[in-house]
Design a protein around this ligand. Structure first.
Ligand SMILES: *Cc1c(COP(=O)(O)O)cnc(C)c1O
Length: 394
């Protein structure tokens, strides 16, 4: 019965692409594995908030009884709506100076739910080639035509719009702001300019990697690029820099109302626990004060990118704290990840199909909890690893 599953797993194993959960435990910014303590260089805890026990203690000491339930027991449309939801939504909408905000259980839920809700047979979705798997799944669930433009290639996008705009009632451009694997950034101003040339084009931006990290108040690339008001669907998540769980869209009230009436992952799934939403609400209020963490993170990231580019001679797509060290070969990438681990550095190999074939890499995602000395250590280890690679090639 199961032989085809077994065969497939065997094939994945042979090409170095079989996945398994790592056996690890956590202690702040450290990972423990086989009784060894490793610096976590693959964390999405970009501001170091998840590793901050004082912050957790401060939250626990001020939480109200009404926020304590660890379950909502239901969808928000039935009995699962608690006041803390509306409070956080109002706060986020105010901070972005937009009409409305709607919360979701996760970024994955947001991305597989919003697009199918707003797209119909007269809609065309045009997405960047490198958008996250959750957006691809959302596009697939939306029963509409879709096209992809070459990564960050806005001329290509402009050509598609010029050709297609008159053929559809509505076109939705879909992009991330910071891209997950290359750490590069979309030019939202250009996207908005393109959108303005048409009556029927909407813009959807996923800021999962950017919220908390960019912008004066930590509101993301849209804040940094000063274009919050013109994004139709501004999505962010709480699972990364916000050290919590869940996601939001910032939008106009009519869009919010429409999603409440049509978005299946919102309607048919139990809402987040109020306790968790209260934690998000607590952390969200810290965001404007975390400028020194953002600056420290930017400095660390700049140093690592510069090293990989200048001293290891690799083209560097990233301009963020997501920094790829591209090896190419799958097995070689796994070997280098193991070498790093032997040196107390936990960084994960990323292989196809997550990234394009032949671009297997170590994906560093730096956090503000990392100190300068630790980055120096990483750089020294990378220098040795690279030397060995070069010797092996000769
Ligand atoms: C992590 C991520 C998501 C998924 O968010 P979750 O809250 O983890 O489900 C969506 N989009 C992008 C770009 C992401 O990196």
């Amino acid at each position: 019965m199961y032989s085809s599953f077994k065969t497939k797993l065997q094939q994945l194993s042979e090409i170095g692409q079989k996945r398994a959960f790592p056996e690890i435990s956590h202690s702040g910014k450290w990972i423990e594995q086989n009784e060894q303590r490793l610096l976590n260089l693959s964390s999405n805890d970009y501001l170091g908030l998840a590793a901050d026990n004082q912050l957790l203690a401060a939250f626990l000491s001020q939480i109200k009884d009404s926020e304590i339930p660890l379950t909502s027991s239901s969808s928000r449309l039935l009995t699962g709506n608690f006041p803390i939801y509306a409070e956080l939504e109002q706060r986020i909408a105010n901070d972005f100076q937009r009409e409305a905000c709607l919360l979701f259980n996760s970024g994955y839920h947001a991305n597989i739910g919003i697009l199918p809700a707003v797209a119909d047979r007269n809609t065309l979705i045009v997405a960047d080639k490198l958008v996250h798997a959750s957006l691809i799944d959302g596009i697939r669930l939306a029963e509409c035509k879709w096209l992809r433009y070459r990564h960050n290639d806005y001329q290509h996008l402009a050509d598609i719009l010029a050709k297609q705009a008159s053929r559809y009632e509505r076109i939705i451009i879909v992009t991330e702001s910071v891209f997950s694997m290359d750490g590069d950034i979309a030019d939202l101003a250009t996207l908005i300019q393109l959108k303005r040339q048409y009556q029927n084009v909407l813009l959807y931006v996923d800021e999962a990697h950017a919220v908390g990290v960019f912008g004066k108040n930590g509101l993301g690339i849209a804040e940094q690029q000063n274009c919050i008001a013109e994004i139709d669907f501004l999505v962010g998540t709480f699972g990364k820099a916000l050290a919590s769980m869940g996601a939001y869209v910032v939008c106009d009230q009519v869009i919010k109302d429409y999603l409440i009436n049509t978005m299946r992952p919102l309607i048919f799934s139990t809402a987040l626990p109020p306790f968790n939403v209260a934690w998000t609400n607590f952390l969200w209020q810290q965001l404007p004060q975390l400028q020194s963490q953002r600056e420290h993170l930017a400095q660390l990231s700049q140093r690592l990118r510069y090293f990989i580019q200048q001293e290891l001679g690799q083209p560097m797509p990233s301009s963020t704290n997501v920094v790829p060290y591209i090896i190419g070969d799958n097995q070689q990438t796994v070997i280098i990840a193991t070498q790093l681990q032997q040196n107390g550095l936990y960084a994960l190999p990323i292989r196809p199909p997550t990234v394009p074939k032949g671009t297997a890499r170590i994906r560093f995602s730096l956090t503000a909890a990392i100190i300068d000395e630790e980055l120096t250590q990483l750089i020294e280890v990378l220098r040795v690893v690279q030397q060995q690679r070069m010797e092996n090639l000769e």
